[in-house]
Write a protein that binds this ligand. Structure first.
Ligand code: GTP
Length: 599
């Protein structure tokens, strides 16, 4: 293959600026998929992605383009997600490319995640092509956005394509820019020992583990014996191909190409995304640079509602881990919820998406507890321990001090919301650091604050205060001491470990009373009275009571009203699905995460 005709690139953008829509137009224009096959946002293949309109997993596709110079080019387009929780996926896809298209919404301009993604692209030495999207909208302000990109990022925008991914306007300019600006991998050496980077993988019932790879050097073909450099495992290659986006078998992949391979691998543990594949017969000496391993920021317990499903749940986690190596988990037991796993995530959205994927793709019914960060606890006996589950915090008399993770938060916002956003940060224990200027309308507000406070509904509040216009990103800066206590919740006199949380003493009473009130709303009436108490140590700090049913609701219905009765039963059954029996009280899933929705 003529390597000077290959272009490997990603599309990067802030969330909702139009990456997936642009990818769709590119597929259409290059006739990779016919109009009839074209489903909106073809690359977003997971159901959850379509419903939420966000991109979660990266996806790669090979396409052909006949450029204005009359030559045929082969593009590998690797789609990336835009949400802050998924920057891990972004850096993975960028490591497989030579260039990136930076999509900026002409009505919004440069936002937090635009910058974060640009930095990732720069780290990977990529050629970045700025593209200004949504110029069909009346509120588009192309000149202002060009100026922002030049001032803040330092990219020349004089010939940046001005497009509408929605209407298809000027998409060809993007394709031509890819040809003329992104370097070809033409120095890639087919003769060198094989080195291929695994940037994604998933499990297929028939093929076993399927790996998405970027071949840096050498050639890989069916029948070769491959070696995974990190695990040392060896397998014979059974299938090699590309996605167009249909699976196409090519038999081999050369240096510079992006595609997939399968090798009847059933041992999921052997495959690590970020690892290098080499040829066992002629191995490379050094692996390629892997990825920076991402550390989970947020932990929660996840339990099957039906305790008999524990084994299925465990297998599902193993399979999901294959396509999402940022997920970590280990077995855990809860008095209230039984056997489950403590799982670590990059952020809240990541947590929700994994729970949803587990339920849908593996047909499981799960309960997740309120998320927690990792605390460092220094004990009076000289030991220090880390706590990812509030229920495990030792007695206060054994604790010298507790440290919690702090993050540096950068909020990008139109000027008019600054006052209200500063108030929000202050109530979240934020420490003001800086106010930076982007242009005459936008500012970046910088605060240090406890990560735990970001988990507690920071995102929704930020969005509602700024009517959706502010965006934020955060970065871990380290651990600091805080005055923290464990608050337990007692239901009908019994402590429910899954409800325990670690709170700042400053809010403890307030959160206790809000949480008991919220639980009272969420837990349905039972046929006996249920007290809900919040306690710090032995001290009850708040109490609410769920009154008993006066009568069974059914008896209130007229005997002839059968269909209504049936409906009521169905509704009750539906409601039961996500209920967990704790002691003698039935508790719905929402109750376990109620703490996230407190005012
Ligand atoms: P994530 O995958 O969630 O990161 O978002 P994305 O950047 O892929 O954005 P997506 O392509 O899903 O587009 C977001 C929204 O903007 C969708 O409702 C699109 O229909 C809309 N949109 C995208 N491009 C254009 C455009 O050129 N003009 C207009 N008017 N709307 C657009």
């Amino acid at each position: 293959m003529d390597k000077s005709k290959i272009r490997n690139f990603s599309i990067i953008a802030h969330i909702d600026h139009g990456k997936s829509t642009l990818a769709d137009r590119i597929l259409e224009l290059t006739k990779t998929v016919t109009k009839r096959e074209m489903q909106e946002q073809l690359l977003d293949s997971m159901d959850i992605e379509r419903e939420r309109g966000i991109t979660i997993k990266l996806n790669s596709v090979q396409l052909e383009y006949k450029a204005k110079d009359g030559q045929e080019y082969v593009f590998h387009l690797i789609d990336t997600p835009g949400h802050v929780d998924f920057s891990y996926e972004v850096s993975r896809s960028l490591a497989a490319c030579e260039g990136a298209i930076l999509v900026v919404d002409a009505t919004q301009g440069v936002e937090a995640q635009t910058l974060a993604n640009v930095y990732l692209a720069i780290d990977n030495n990529l050629e970045i092509i700025p593209v200004i999207n949504k110029i069909d909208l009346a509120s588009a302000d192309v000149e202002r956005v060009k100026e922002q990109i030049e001032n803040i990022i330092g990219l020349d925008c004089s010939d940046a394509p001005l497009i509408s991914a929605k209407t298809g306007l000027n998409i060809e300019d993007v394709l031509e820019a890819i040809v003329s600006k992104i370097p070809a991998p033409d120095d890639a050496n087919d003769q060198a020992p094989l080195r291929a980077l695994i940037f994604d993988s998933y499990y297929d019932k028939y093929l076993g583990v399927v790996m998405s790879i970027r071949v840096r050097e050498g050639v890989i073909k069916v029948g070769d014996k491959l070696r995974l450099m990190a695990s040392g495992a060896e397998y014979e290659v059974t299938e090699v191909g590309v996605k167009t986006p249909k699976i196409v078998k090519t038999g081999s992949l050369e240096a510079g190409e992006v595609g997939w391979i399968a090798a009847s691998i059933k041992t999921i543990k052997d495959i690590n995304v970020g690892d290098t594949i080499t040829n066992a017969a002629n191995p490379a000496l050094e692996p390629l640079d892997g990825y920076k391993k991402m550390k989970p920021m947020v932990y929660c317990g996840i339990y099957p509602v039906d305790t008999n499903k524990y084994q299925d749940f465990k297998e599902a986690l193993e399979k999901i881990e294959l396509s999402d190596s940022s997920l970590v988990y280990e077995p855990e037991t809860s008095q209230a919820l039984g056997f489950g796993f403590r799982c670590g995530f990059l952020g809240l959205l990541h947590m929700e998406v994994i729970q949803e994927r587990l339920e849908r793709e593996y047909n499981l019914n799960l309960i997740a507890t309120a998320p927690s960060v990792i605390y460092k606890v220094f004990l009076t006996n000289g030991e220090d321990i880390v706590i990812d589950n509030p229920a495990k915090l030792p007695d206060p008399q054994k604790i010298l001090r507790i440290e919690e993770p702090f993050v540096n938060v950068k909020i990008t916002t139109p000027e008019e919301y600054i006052g209200d956003l500063m108030n929000l940060c202050q109530t979240k224990m934020g420490v003001y650091k800086d106010l930076e200027y982007i242009d005459n309308q936008r500012r970046v507000l910088v605060y240090d604050m406890p990560l735990a406070e970001i988990i507690f509904d920071f995102f929704n509040k930020l969005k509602s205060i700024s009517r959706g216009y502010a965006s934020f990103e955060y970065e871990l800066i380290g651990y600091k001491e805080s005055k923290l206590v464990k608050m337990d919740i007692l239901l009908n006199g019994d402590m429910v470990d899954a409800f325990s949380m670690i709170v700042n003493t400053k809010f403890a009473y307030n959160r206790g009373s809000q949480l008991t009130k919220k639980l009272k709303e969420l837990i349905p009436r039972q046929n006996f009275e249920v007290p809900i108490q919040a306690a710090i140590g032995n001290k009850i700090v708040a109490r609410e009571t769920i009154k008993a049913y006066r009568k069974d609701v059914i008896w209130k219905l007229h005997a002839a009203d059968i269909s209504r009765k049936k409906k009521l039963f169905e509704k009750q059954k539906e409601g039961k699905k996500r209920m967990k029996e704790i002691g003698s009280v039935e508790v719905p899933q929402e109750a376990f995460i109620a703490v996230l929705k407190l005012d």
